[in-house]
Design a protein around this ligand. Sequence first.
Ligand code: TTP
Ligand code: MG
Ligand code: MG
Length: 365
Amino acid sequence: MPPNRIIVHVDLDYFFAQIEELENPQYRGKPVVVGVYSGRTDESGAVSTANYIARRFGVRSGMPISWAKRALRNEEAVFLPVNRERYNIISDQIMDILRSCGDKFEQVSVDEAYLDVSEKLLGHFERAEELGRGIKASIGEKVGLTCSVGIAPNKLVAKIAANSVKPDGLTIVLPDAVVDFLRPLPVGRLYGIGKKTEEILTARGLRTIGDLADQPVDQLSQIFGKTLGNYFHQSANGIDDSEVKERGLPKSLSRIITLKSDTRKMDELWPTLEILCNDLTQKIHTYGIAFRIVGIIAITSNMSVQSRSLSLNEAVTDKSVLLDSVERLLKDYLSESRQDLRRIGVRISAFSPVAVQRSLSSFLG
Ligand code: TTP
Ligand code: MG
Ligand code: MG
């Protein structure tokens, strides 16, 4: 057992909006707001996220789009609808990279994951910086996005560290520095302390994590009950023994490629799809998993995103089944659409461990 636990938290910067910037370089330098439009008017709906330029004008996740439009009324701002399918593919790609960077991996949201790297670094915190830089460089080179990384002796502190310097941050909190790192931060930065709890604490003069750490645990238990009181006390003192829980199989794997030139011709698309299918088949062999759902994602010249998927009768590992499925989906799609494609992707999901799969037999329902 290494002497120190070393836990990494990775969170992508302004994730949905950064993907939009990556795919549309003309947006760079402008405020970019991505939101869910509820349909009634082009003002109704909520902001999912905004780039850091838009945040300077007060735009935040969760606020009504109409507020964001007002805040940015004098700017050349870009407002875009959420396109989860595209973001999920990029998320898959990032998680796939991160999964290979640690001894244990836990994805916690579309743009966040924990890694346990204790064994990998043999408990040597002095190697954490190089590792953190390596993770950021991999995501930068392979996906083209920036992220913020926190490295600390536990999950609680690693996450706070990652969020403490953004965008493109790398924050390492050594075991000896945990308490001093936490003390000046507002109590709301602790996991589980939302707006309401923060108000209760602030009303009692407990503004910072340091204030909370100095509070006798009995008093916290009187206010919040024993379980929560204990939890707050431990958290404020930087104590967290929770494990990085591997969540077994990945939910999905996908690959997407920008075509050399826009096209809707099967014979021009096919070599690219073969590369994607080869790549995915290699991945599933590495993981020892079989897939049951196959999908294609087509992004047209005008950036509209179309997808098609099908379910197999049972999970398989065969490349030939993957290729046949993709061919069928693509033919269906091309027969319905007249537009040229700019990017094409393949996604597989509904995984099971390889032991339960059989092969070709049951192709397609
Ligand atoms: P976050 O990681 O919370 O935010 P972010 O990546 O946009 O910005 P940053 O981490 O640099 O502060 O969320 C990840 C994505 O989840 C975000 O890009 C959009 C989506 N999201 C919503 O759709 N609604 C929300 O209220 C939040 C907080 C996020
Ligand atoms: Mg993020
Ligand atoms: Mg996040």
